[in-house]
Design a protein around this ligand. Structure first.
Ligand code: SAM
Length: 222
């Protein structure tokens, strides 16, 4: 560029404003805020609604699923107490945005999605933008044993109960953030594995997610 100035897109400005908004809503973790300030959410949102990428709201993606609300992504990621190098399993890749945020923090991420089309689309975008995420297709309610134990597990769909296989794939000291409740509303839990056979459960408040479907989740009614 002749002037040597970097092109600043309107999305960059919107992203900075979103970070200010998240800060005003109580998100304080510097790693989380910095990651959200760098990940281009507009690339994970369908083209037709790209202009809405920085609204603090969930948006529809393919296969009747959603990209979670930015506040929810920030809150769940902060609740995981993320650190660089942490091994994290995400259940519910969806658009790939949440896994990009974890990768931008410096976590080593495996992300499972049950719907192949979403997984393929997410993998393409994550690869294009250089996020190092291992995308897997399958039923994440039983976890991904090949990568276990995990320092963190983040479940981005609502479960009827805490999936036991996931609790058992946590390392001692590892944390899982998981919404549990009915198909329409859930309570977000942080489950910390404190010993081989002991888990501490904390209530982090009400949230709403699409259902977690699988052997340790809800039945697919389609
Ligand atoms: N984390 C996503 C993002 O950043 O866009 C949002 C995920 S969306 C709210 C929930 C996702 O969980 C959907 O894509 C859905 O297909 C997926 N899902 C539901 N049950 C699942 C299961 N048993 N295993 C893996 N993915 C599942």
């Amino acid at each position: 560029m002749p002037s040597g100035k970097r092109f600043v897109s309107p999305f960059d400005e919107m992203r900075h404003k979103l970070v200010d908004h998240l800060r005003s809503k109580g998100i304080t973790d510097k790693l989380v805020l910095k990651a959200i300030d760098t990940v281009p959410r507009e690339r994970f949102v369908p083209q037709a609604i790209r202009a809405r990428s920085y609204e603090d709201t969930a948006l529809p993606i393919d296969d009747r699923q959603t990209i979670s609300q930015p506040y929810t992504v920030a809150f769940m990621t902060q609740a995981l107490l993320p650190t660089q190098g942490m091994r994290v399993l995400e259940v519910g890749t969806g658009s790939g945005y949440q896994s990009a945020v974890l990768s931008a923090i410096g976590c080593t991420v495996v992300s499972i999605e049950r719907l192949p089309r979403l997984s393929h689309q997410a993998r393409t975008i994550l690869t294009k933008f250089g996020y190092n995420v291992a995308c897997r297709i399958g039923d994440g309610t039983i976890g991904w044993r090949e990568g276990a134990p995990y320092d963190g597990i983040i479940v981005t769909a609502g479960a009827p109960d805490v999936p036991e296989p996931l609790a058992r794939q946590l390392a001692i000291g590892g944390r899982m953030v998981v919404p549990v409740g009915t198909q329409s509303e859930q309570t977000l839990y942080r489950v910390t594995r404190t010993a081989e056979e002991n888990w501490r459960v904390e209530d982090l408040g009400p949230f709403k997610f699409v259902p977690l479907i699988g052997v340790e989740g809800w039945t697919d009614e389609q």
